[in-house]
Ligand binder design. Structure first.
Ligand code: ATR
Length: 292
């Protein structure tokens, strides 16, 4: 009987994860189906309970359940516990373990697609949700000198700093208000700018909007938008127009998926196959096109 892996979230209609995960499973000839399970909040517990069945290897979890799914599981890896959010679940003999591979995907993409060395970097992170928490933790653990966080909801930015500062290594971590004056100062000191808000995401009310006034984008910086769809957000287009280097979130999405694949199967993820399938599913030309 075929085994299954689920993708739990809502909405899922435009997710490219099923395409590139199935390509990886097919690459090894595994009798496993990767299925999109669009889930309403009131169905979440029942959907997660199905993961305990022997035919289920696990799941990916995406918006809006990366945090709320945690109480339904039996255990968490250290990063997921520290971040308070996860993106992968593994069924180990009926016990459900939560893992966070978003940060790992971010760092790999930054290195491979961006050619960027985090050691010694000064970074401005926009947003303070689960994605921002993963990114901040991995940046500091990888040796960034200073990370500044800003967020529309100030209390959330403060909570991020309080939670992560003791667990994040020796770099500086601070929050600044989401105001033009504070942003202008923080941006001018940053060599890397990362959008971890959902602003600009396709099929949302904020599609086509910017998380930062465009005139503040520093031309000498690398600008990373972790939004994967559209691949070219307006924020990246504005960054490029100002001479900054721009890196999109598609490779990060694939790399977090590759790390998930390795957790479920124990096999090395065929990353090139996955990248190619993701680009095809997005309607992009093949070839390495992570940034431009
Ligand atoms: P994720 O798990 O992907 O991080 P999330 O926890 O919902 O998702 O976080 C979304 C982030 O985008 C938050 O930082 C949110 O800011 P708030 O904490 O103030 O909600 C940010 N965000 C969403 N819409 C925004 C908008 N229109 N302007 C600025 N920030 C926005």
């Amino acid at each position: 009987m075929a085994q299954r892996i689920g993708l739990i979230g809502k909405p899922l209609a435009h997710s490219v994860s099923p395409a590139f995960q199935q390509a990886a499973l097919d690459y090894y000839g595994l009798d496993v189906r990767y299925e999109a399970w669009e889930t309403e909040a009131e169905e979440l517990a029942a959907t997660v309970a199905r993961l305990r069945e022997p035919a289920c290897l696990g799941a990916n979890v995406t918006i809006p359940y990366k945090e709320t799914v945690i109480p339904l599981l039996d255990g968490l890896d250290e990063v997921a516990a520290t971040v308070g959010a996860l993106n992968a679940i593994v069924n180990r003999d009926g016990q459900l373990w939560g893992h966070s591979t978003d940060g790992e995907g971010f760092l790999r993409s930054l290195r491979q697609e961006g050619g960027y060395d985090v050691r010694g970097a000064r970074v401005l992170v926009l947003g303070a949700g689960g994605a921002a928490r993963s990114v901040v933790l991995v940046l500091l653990r990888a040796g960034a000198t200073a990370v500044t966080v800003t967020n529309r909801t100030w209390a959330r930015a403060q909570r991020l700093v309080e939670d992560l500062r003791p667990r994040a290594g020796g770099g500086e971590l601070q929050a600044v208000p989401y105001t033009p004056a504070a942003l202008a100062e923080a941006v001018s000191a940053a060599s890397l700018l990362v959008n971890c808000t959902s602003v600009g995401m396709r099929y949302t009310p904020q599609e086509g909007e910017l998380p930062l006034p465009p005139e503040l984008i520093p031309p000498a910086a690398l600008v990373f938008d972790i939004v994967a769809n559209p691949v070219e957000t307006r924020f990246l287009a504005e960054a490029r127009r100002r001479g900054a280097r721009a890196l999109n979130g598609l490779a990060m999405l694939v790399y977090q998926g590759a790390a998930s694949f390795e957790l479920w199967t124990g096999l090395p993820a065929p990353v090139e196959v996955m990248l190619e399938a993701a680009r095809r599913a997005m309607g992009l030309e093949s070839g390495r096109g992570g940034y431009g």
